[in-house]
Design a protein around this ligand. Sequence first.
Ligand code: FEO
Ligand code: CA
Ligand code: CA
Ligand code: CA
Length: 654
Amino acid sequence: MHTLAQAFDASENIGRNNSDSPSIQEVVAARLNRRAVLKGTLGIAVLATTVGPPVSVKAAPGRSADIDANPRFKFDDIGPGGGYDHQVANGYDADILIRWGDPVLPGAPAFDPASQNAGGQRLQFGYNNDFLGYLPMPGAANPSHHGLLVVNFEYTSAELMLPRAGQQDIRTDEDIADIEMAAHGGAVIEVERAAGKWRVVAGSKFARRIDVETPIEVAGPAAGHDRLKTQTDPSGRHVRGMLNNCGGGITPWGTWLSCEENFHGYFWGEVAPHHREAGNFKRYGVRGQWYEWGRWHDRFDLAKEPNEANRFGWVVEIDPFDPTSTPKKRTALGRFKHEGAAGIVNKDGRYVIYMGDDESFEYVYRFVTAARVHPPGNAANRNILDDGVLSVARFNADGTLDWLPLVHGHGLITEANGFASRADVLIETRRAADLLGATKMDRPEDVEANPRTGRVYVSLTNNAGRTADQVDAANPSADNRFGHIVEMTPADGDHTANRFTWDILLKCGDPSIAPEVAASSASGVESGWLAMPDNIAVDAQGRLWIATDGNTMATTGRTDGLWGLETEGLFRGRAKQFYRVPAGGELCGPVFTPDDETLFVAVQHPGEPAGSDPGTQDIPLRHLGVAWPDFRPGIPPRPSVVAITKRGGGKIAT
Ligand code: FEO
Ligand code: CA
Ligand code: CA
Ligand code: CA
């Protein structure tokens, strides 16, 4: 057992050479060796497909020769390492915008961990901020200086949050359960930049908290189905709350898609082996029993209310500009452990959403709307996500990819196989995808299209459970501890096409630990790699940014953070670290303002125990005054949103 000081010193010694400048010959050699001159995919399809505000990205004028010859990220790599504080590249400011427990709604009490209660928490910023979306304020003088920030709150850890919470209390204290329920969900906050600095607008008419009690409507083909009916909701259309909201998306019509991921963890109790839902629950890992809310709330007890578990695991659509609107669970997008829901307007005007199901050996999905997107403000967009085709990806060994439609009555998705209706297919999306022979992936996290290039990136975070006889072309590493990134390219830039091509952009990890990485990636330099990719952001210049989840001083010599990743030209596959989180944390939600001058990030679970990370063996960091970001004795670590800007102004990383 180390003391805190020893642990911190040891971590400092793990640092590696910061040098990140390979000779151009080294880079060329690595590139040619790896990709056989890009298999003829050098040309970039330029798509002018993004519709107008609120989130607009201008179409690229065309491929620049400059991309081939020069790295596109202009900043100094911060190199490996980690500590109690966060760190951003030289020349940038990383300012705390809002923390767990800060006021969101009128009447919210000031944060006081010793007297935290559910009533206060419902009005305050929730715990473990994850996805962030920025929506410019209509009519703002500068759309990149004034907007709404939407925020997911994924999960809670009472033992980190509350001074009174020991393991025993968490299991037996109803008040703690109620605080945790109030700290889940999401928030809308209004934010403004003045004199270079961002602040939350107090008393905003847009401010909103959503939690585990918020009324939410079920929409789409599964709404009202018998399998969604409960004793308190015989209609099968009115759910209370959303659970474990992880990644998300912002639609071109100005709504927020918030994704329910590990919903299984909230249920306890069980159903009989012959019960209608027994197979369904088994496939989704229900019951997870991460929380014991079912002790006080019957709906989380499968024995009392089995269908409640079918009412979670969906993508929730929320109108952030109308705080009185009822969020909607869009069942047409399927039920699984949704990571994110980033989309792109196809060249024919239909909206295409790419989605990962984040669990080992799960699938990559795509949803294509039946209707075309209308300009923002048009009511025709309101329920556009209720009708469309959900498909699942099969990555073929020859570099092609087939989207297999999950359509009731087609192929094996029939009544004989247990699917009596379209609703059944959506409620048991995973089992339907199994029947079609989809490719089992290494934990799909964010899947995001780059509107500049038309290419789509799939973040596969890791899968140490894959054995040598389970590898395939798209998941080529056994014991894949560090993950990889797959690039999908739609034929003719048509995101609705049934056949794409695919390639591996990057095998992740430390080349000194995983030699096959060095042989297959263009990193070529000690600090030019990243591990365990998770959330993805594409900035207005079409550059790819990757956030990570799972790095520790023990395993990769660094805490999680944000990397710029080259996707084109000679430096393709080369990563540079721009920001790192404090020990124990994970980086979520990277999002840029439309001018690329502000980068918002969400630091999740700082101080969470993470092996030998400094300080995190000893959970009560609060006693020592080293808990981020307050650094005050008695104050626990607080997940927070950070606004990053360039000192003196200008676009990030240019
Ligand atoms: Fe909640 Fe897949 O990360
Ligand atoms: Ca997370
Ligand atoms: Ca994630
Ligand atoms: Ca993750």
